[in-house]
Each structure stands twice: as C-alpha cells, then as structure tokens.
Design a binder for this molecule. Structure first.
Ligand code: AMP
Length: 416
C-alpha cells in the first residue's frame, strides 16, 4: 500500500461534516461583512514569498516547498495566502474592479514543519484581506470579523491577543533597543536567535527554545517604542475593541512569524486544543503591496487554520446527520425499472433517495436501507406495480401502508 505523505491527512466522512460547517460558516460571515471570495493558484513563483513573506522568516528559510520547474523557473507551493492575494490585487487592478477591495479565500497551504497534533505539512486556511484603508476602524472591523467567526462557530475558551509592532519609522529604534538589551546575553541564546539578532532582531520573539525564554521575556516591549502616529493608531484600535465589547490581552511577544507586519498584530488562541493553540492570526501590512510591485496601498487581514478551528469546535456541536430520506427496494425486473424511474423522479424533486444497485433479495435490500439509516423504505413488487402503488415502511415503527405511485414523491416531501 502507498500511504499518504507524512504531515498530510485525508478528511473522511464523519469529520468532513465539521469541515463543511466551518467553511460554510466562514463564507457566510465573510460575505455578510462585505468580503468577496477569490481563488488563486497553489503554485506561485518562489520570489513572491521570498519578497512577501520575507527572506529571514522560518517559513521561507526552512519550511517552504520549492522546486525548479522543467523550464528552469523556481516554483513554490504557497505557504500562506497573503502574498498571493496581494499579487492578484495588483495584477488584476482589483482596486478599480471592486467598490471596496475586501477579499477572502480558502484552501490548502504547505509548510515543511515537524508534524504534530494541529500542525501539518498540508493544512488549510481561511484568509481575509482589506486593501487601501489606513483608518484604525478597519483594524477594528477585521478583528471583530475574526471574533464573530469564532463566536458563530460556537468555539469558547479563546483568548484574543493584540500588539503593535510599529512601522519602518519606529521599528529601527526598537530593533536597536532589543540588541542593546540583549547585550552579552545573545551568546547564551540558541543558534537561530543569534542569527536573528543580526538579520532581524524582532524574530527573536518567535523563539520556542525553553532555555531562551527567561532572557526573551525580559526584553523591551514594542509598544514602548512606537512613533506618535503608530501610538495614536494603536490607541484607536484598542478603543474600537472596547467599543465593540471584544475582550483582549496585550501581548508584547506577538510580533508574528512574518516580515511584512506593521502596526496592529493579533492572534486568537484556543486553550483546549493542545500545544499548537493559535487558531487564527493576522495584522496590518502597510508596505507589502508596494514591496511586491503594486501601488502604495496599505493592507490588513488574518488567516485562520481550518484544522485547528475544527479541533476547537465544541464536542456538543450537533450537525445534521446525512442520510437518505427514502430507500427504494424492488422485487423483480419490471418493478426494478419502476423503482429506478421513481428514484430519478425523487432526485429531480431534490430528495435524497437511494437504491440497492445489485438488486439482491428483499432482505438484503432492507439491511442496506437500515445501514443507510433511511427513515422510509418504498417497497415495489409485482403486486404493488399491478395496483399502481408502493408499500411504505416506516423504519422507526416497522409500520406499513400503501400510497399511489403517482403520489410517492409528494409523500416523501411531506414526510421530511
Ligand atoms: P500564519 O500564516 O503562520 O500566521 O498562521 C495562521 C494560522 O494558520 C495559524 O493560527 C494556524 O491556525 C494555521 N496554521 C499555520 N501553520 C499551520 C500548520 N503547519 N498546520 C496547521 N495549521 C497551521
């Protein structure tokens, strides 16, 4: 047998219903907030993520699946959606095409991480982005959207963390303060942190090595180094959250693992799903559109992990069971033809109806109906056919009655 690749999973009946619920709920909520769906390719030029996600990020340096195509071009499987959505925004001038460029997408992403519960190499994200709005009220809207999504999914026990990582004006002084505060201690940190201290000191906050945490916890906080504009912006965002009644904590370590964030960053953590507890994360990326060759437009968005949302759904979530409304059992060839015609009519009328394909004994057909949990079984034999009727068995009570064949579709529809 050829098994699925490590870190990938098949989503099977029994679980897929929860995925469908998450995806349908997300699409409904996003559309209600005025976001329009777009879909972009899974493969992109590698440089889109090198430039977009950032050369110094773990995603690009260690986790991205990239290869040289037959024509020599470097291709990557997308590790996240934002750079692709920015590319599409610029490439199709969505600013002109859409009244407000508010877009969302959903689909698989790929990162070569160490697989564990809630962390996969192929995983799925729901992603929303807004372009061109500087006003902090849009930060409020995007966080409110994330919060509404969590609420509509019935997920409880979550915590919203927010922070501001400043902008290109104030970040250099913060990076310098970090390096100064680290001083000699940098030599005690892991190899990754030593490299980060030189290439991109903010990334040190991404470190998960337990021995490094004492030093990292004592480092300065971004919000103490914000320029006036960033501070005013962040104060307004916090005010909106208060006005919207969204509880949050301030998390100074929340710099997020990507290079493009400016100002607002946020994350939703779900307590009960294990070590990989970030269900959703996002923030503002005011320089990214320009950096990727587009006009000077700001942006903000978030990505939620579908696997983790599914894990965080309440156990009590009752999704409607999928089962046929009626099963048709036929005895003998003429009855079988009538049964298949009735099956077609039921399906055209929008009813979930099933039959036994192999046309076996009535007993085995009834067994199949039972396994499918059909509440009604139509039985069609020679006698029924001669009378122009079907016998109806209600499986819950084993009671039986007759209805005219011509009224059979209506009968199922009114019994549903
Ligand atoms: P990021 O794009 O890293 O900001 O991640 C956004 C969200 O995607 C996270 O909060 C997770 O819910 C989800 N996510 C990221 N990486 C993975 C992964 N390897 N496996 C499953 N979910 C992931």
């Amino acid at each position: 047998m050829i098994a699925a690749i490590r870190g990938t999973q098949d989503i099977l009946p029994g679980t897929i219903e929860r995925w469908q619920f998450v995806e349908a709920t997300a699409c409904r909520v996003f559309e209600q907030y005025g976001y329009a769906e777009i879909r972009t390719p899974i493969i992109e030029r590698e440089e889109l993520f090198a430039k977009g996600t950032g050369e110094t990020t773990d995603i690009v340096q260690k986790e991205m699946y990239a290869f040289t195509d037959k024509d020599g071009e470097r291709i990557a499987l997308r590790p996240e959606a934002t750079p692709s959505l920015v590319r599409a925004f610029v490439e199709h001038s969505l600013e002109q095409a859409m009244a407000v460029p508010k877009i969302y997408t959903l689909g698989p992403m790929f990162r070569r991480e160490r697989p564990q519960k809630g962390r996969y190499r192929q995983f799925h994200q729901l992603d929303v982005e807004v372009f061109g709005v500087k006003d902090p009220s849009v930060d409020g809207e995007v966080i409110d959207l994330a919060w509404t999504l969590i609420r509509e999914l019935g997920i409880t026990g979550v915590e919203l963390a927010v922070n501001s990582v400043g902008c290109p004006v104030c970040r250099p002084s913060f990076a310098a303060a970090l390096v100064a505060a680290l001083g000699e201690d940098v030599q005690t940190l892991c190899g990754d942190c030593q490299r980060r201290a030189v290439a991109n000191p903010l990334r040190i906050f991404d470190c998960k090595v337990p021995a490094d945490q004492r030093v990292i916890d004592a480092l300065p906080h971004t919000i103490d180094y914000l320029c006036d504009e960033c501070r005013t912006h962040f104060e307004a965002v916090r005010r909106y959250l208060d006005v919207f009644g969204i509880p949050y904590t301030l998390s100074h370590r929340l710099v997020r693992g990507l290079d493009y964030y400016t100002r607002t960053t946020f994350e939703v953590l779900a307590g009960q799903i294990g070590a990989q507890n970030a269900v959703l994360g996002g923030g503002r990326y005011d320089g990214l559109v320009k950096q990727l060759g587009g006009p000077d437009r700001v942006g903000i968005g978030f990505a939620a992990g579908v696997e983790r949302l599914v894990l965080a759904l309440p156990d009590t979530l009752a999704l409607p069971e999928k089962r046929p409304a009626v099963f048709i059992a036929a005895i003998g060839e003429p009855a079988r033809e009538a049964a298949l015609t009735l099956l077609r009519d039921l399906r055209r009328a929008g009813v979930n109806a099933q039959v036994e394909y192999e046309g076996r004994s009535l007993k085995s057909q009834m067994k199949r109906a039972d396994r499918l949990k059909a509440p009604l079984v139509f039985i069609l034999g020679e006698d029924e056919l001669a009378r122009g009727e079907v016998s109806v068995r209600r499986m819950a009570t084993s009671s039986q009655e007759s209805v005219p064949l011509s009224g059979a579709v209506e009968f199922v529809k009114t019994s549903q």
